[in-house]
Design a protein around this ligand. Structure first.
Ligand code: ADP
Ligand code: MG
Length: 230
């Protein structure tokens, strides 16, 4: 199947760290991802952006860069007429950051509406005793600073995934606190379960991080991916 092909080909190429270029892996498990493609020239960037239409997101794709925005490797809301120049800018920043790093290209992605959405994180680590542990929390300071997270051993049942959403302290932010539109909890539950199934099916995935999964009023969309293979 498609997921196996993606992982096998990564292993054959000696790749142990995969990023946004491997979002098809999530697609293969029925997790929604924005339309997107990796390109390696400004011309192709323009063409793909035109196919997507409207403003797009552009991200550096390099096995040597894991936190893309830290080095200026992510541009959100790029208008069509700026795609060419933005391609060059992103690549230059990556070169400056690591002159001898390898650059695969730039991913052009469809924009996901963040105004109505909440950034959440779904992660997986492997515990030597319990096996794959699935983590859920809210993006930004909630996971990174406050460590406001919920964990379950994979595979995670639907009822357990639902419980995870309620367990975190920041849970009210998913249910419409402060005048927000409530997030689609069923879509988040499904996404947690699908991620848990993916790592159960592929023990070679030792770590996985989807940061963020944007929880929308309808649906949940994974816009970033980082994973480690052993
Ligand atoms: P990294 O985590 O490596 O810096 P991301 O792909 O997570 O890179 O992008 C950084 C931030 O940019 C995200 O947390 C999100 O706020 C925003 N972003 C990324 N992709 C999209 C997208 N497709 N639509 C809207 N916002 C996005
Ligand atoms: Mg990210």
């Amino acid at each position: 199947d498609r997921a196996r092909e993606i992982l096998t080909s990564a292993v054959e190429r000696g790749r142990t760290h995969l990023g946004v270029e491997s979002m098809d892996l999530l697609d293969a498990y029925g997790i929604s991802t924005p339309q997107g493609e990796v390109v390696d020239s400004p011309g192709d960037a323009e063409r793909v952006a035109r196919e997507i239409g409207g403003e797009v997101v552009m991200k550096i794709v390099s096995p040597d860069i894991s936190h893309k925005s830290d080095i200026g490797g992510v541009e959100v809301g790029v208008p069509q007429e700026a795609v060419r120049d933005t391609y060059e800018d992103i690549v230059v920043r990556a070169r400056n950051y690591q002159p001898d790093g390898s650059i695969v290209g730039v991913q052009i992605q469809e924009m996901v509406d963040l105004d109505e959405g909440t950034e959440t994180i779904i992660g997986v680590s492997r515990d030597p005793q319990f096996g794959p542990l699935v983590m859920f929390g809210l993006g930004g300071i909630f996971v990174e600073v406050m460590e406001d997270t919920a964990f379950r051993v994979a595979p995670v049942a639907g009822s357990e995934a639902r419980a995870m959403l309620g367990e975190i302290k920041s849970a009210p932010l998913l249910s419409g606190a402060r005048g927000r539109t409530p997030a689609d909890r069923a879509a988040l539950v499904e996404t947690i379960q699908r991620v848990s199934q993916l790592v159960t099916d592929f023990p070679a995935i030792t770590e996985l991080d989807i940061n963020p999964v944007v929880a929308q009023p309808e649906g949940a969309t994974a816009v970033d991916l980082r994973l480690t293979l052993d």
